[in-house]
Design a protein around this ligand. Structure first.
Ligand code: MG
Length: 160
C-alpha cells in the first residue's frame, strides 16, 4: 500500500465556467487557470501521482504547454489513471475535500464521485468527495478562490 496527498487552489473570477470534479456547476464565477482549473480533479491527480512516486501534476501536464490550455481536467485524471496502471498500481480509494464559501456543493457530490471514479475506471465506492466552507475566513471565506485537498491510497495490482 502507498499513500499520497494533493492540494490545490485557484482564483474565482467572473466570465469563467465553474467546473469541479468534472461537473459544470451553475455559479456567477468560475476558476481561473490554464486548464479548466478544476481544483478538485487537480488535487486528486496530485494525490495519485504522489502515491505512485510519479511527481506532480505540473511535471506531467505543464501549464506552459498549449496542449493543456482550457483542457477538461478529467482528461488529465484519465491519463493519471493510465500512468498508474502502466506502473502496475490500482487505486484503493481516494478521499477529497473542497473548500468553497459558495456555491453549495452537496447537491453535486454524488455526480462528482461518479465522474472521478469513471475517469479512473474504478468503482464509485472508492471515491469520496466532501465540501466545507471557511466560515468567512481568509481568501476562501471571502470567495476569492476555491481550494481542495485529497488523499489517495494505491496498491500493487492484484495484491490484497
Ligand atoms: Mg490546479
Amino acid at each position: 500500500m502507498r499513500i499520497g496527498t494533493g492540494y490545490d487552489v485557484h482564483r474565482l473570477v467572473t466570465g469563467r465556467k465553474l467546473v469541479l470534479g468534472g461537473i459544470s456547476i451553475p455559479f456567477e464565477k468560475g476558476l481561473l487557470g490554464h486548464s479548466d482549473a478544476d481544483v478538485l480533479v487537480h488535487a486528486v491527480c496530485d494525490a495519485l501521482l504522489g502515491a505512485a512516486g510519479l511527481g506532480d501534476i505540473g511535471l506531467h501536464f505543464p501549464d506552459s504547454s498549449p496542449e493543456f490550455k482550457d483542457i477538461y481536467s478529467i482528461k488529465l485524471l484519465v491519463r493519471t489513471g493510465q500512468m498508474l496502471r502502466e506502473k502496475g498500481f490500482s487505486v484503493v480509494n481516494t478521499d477529497a475535500t473542497v473548500f468553497a464559501e459558495a456555491p453549495k456543493l452537496s447537491p453535486y457530490r454524488k455526480e462528482m464521485e461518479m465522474t472521478l471514479a469513471q475517469a479512473l475506471e474504478i468503482e464509485a465506492g472508492r471515491v469520496n468527495v466532501k465540501a466545507t466552507t471557511a466560515e468567512g475566513l481568509g481568501m476562501i471565506g471571502k470567495g476569492e478562490g476555491i481550494g481542495a485537498m485529497a488523499v489517495a491510497m494505491i496498491e500493487v495490482r492484484g495484491a490484497g
